[in-house]
Design a binder for this molecule. Structure first.
Ligand SMILES: [Fe+2]
Length: 231
């Protein structure tokens, strides 16, 4: 397996390149439009053919590179069915399995940050990888106060799906604002302050009192991302 974690500084977004080293097929998760040329150079340097471009959800803080990458490579763009995006090649549904050559990525619907939030799970040899989008962040969770967010749904998404993964699952989020790059499910269970609540009601109380400002790009990013970053 070929794996690269990429970082866009302005929005502190992580993008992920996963490739099959046998078939040279690859997927990109959570791309940023301004970085598309660097993704294309990397794919070229590694001899990979991009077949899927996934977004974990409709982002409010950056513009996706999915449309530009699809036009450049012919890859399929995928986003959760709840996004009702007319431009995607295919909708994602809970439990969908995407083949990337000999690798399989499983999509889990993990709503709460947005109603169209998905996490992607990959098992390779003895290692499990979880790409958790903004559902579960390192030492935090994604806000739930806009884009049909729901603290109750997020609590259940995290506790019923993500925390059921093996403790040593490598957890890769869509963002980190403090320089961290990876965690494990076990570390998050032990240390993430948002997971130290007794039930969904206590979690909702915590999330309802965060009092966060809106993301800078929100008004233009959400409509643009429903159009694969191309309006
Ligand atoms: Fe987000």
């Amino acid at each position: 397996m070929i794996f690269r974690q990429l970082f866009e500084r302005e929005s502190c977004t992580f993008s992920y390149l996963i490739g099959c080293d046998v078939t040279r097929k690859a997927v990109l998760i959570d791309t940023v439009k301004s970085e598309v040329d660097s993704y294309l150079s990397l794919l070229n340097a590694l001899g990979l053919t991009l077949i899927y471009v996934l977004d974990t959800h409709t982002h409010a803080d950056h513009i996706t590179g999915s449309g530009k990458l699809r036009d450049a490579t012919g890859a399929q763009t995928l986003l959760g069915e709840e996004a009702h995006s007319a431009c995607v090649s295919q909708d994602l549904h809970h439990g969908d399995e995407l083949a990337i050559g000999e690798l399989t990525l499983t999509a889990l619907h993990t709503p709460g940050h947005t109603d169209d939030s998905y996490s992607f799970i990959l098992r390779n040899n003895q290692t499990t990888y979880a790409f958790t989008g903004d559902t579960l962040l390192i030492g935090s969770t994604g806000r739930t106060d806009f884009q049909n967010g729901s603290a109750v749904e997020q609590y259940h998404s995290i506790h019923n799906h993500l925390l059921n993964l093996p403790e040593d699952t490598l957890m890769y989020p869509a963002h980190d604002y403090n320089g961290r790059t990876v965690s494990t499910i076990g570390e998050e269970v032990a240390n993430n302050p948002r997971l130290q609540v007794k039930d969904a009601a206590a979690y909702t109380e915590l999330m309802n009192n965060l009092d966060l400002p809106n993301p800078k790009l929100m008004d233009m990013a959400i409509p643009a991302n429903r159009a694969c970053g191309e309006n």
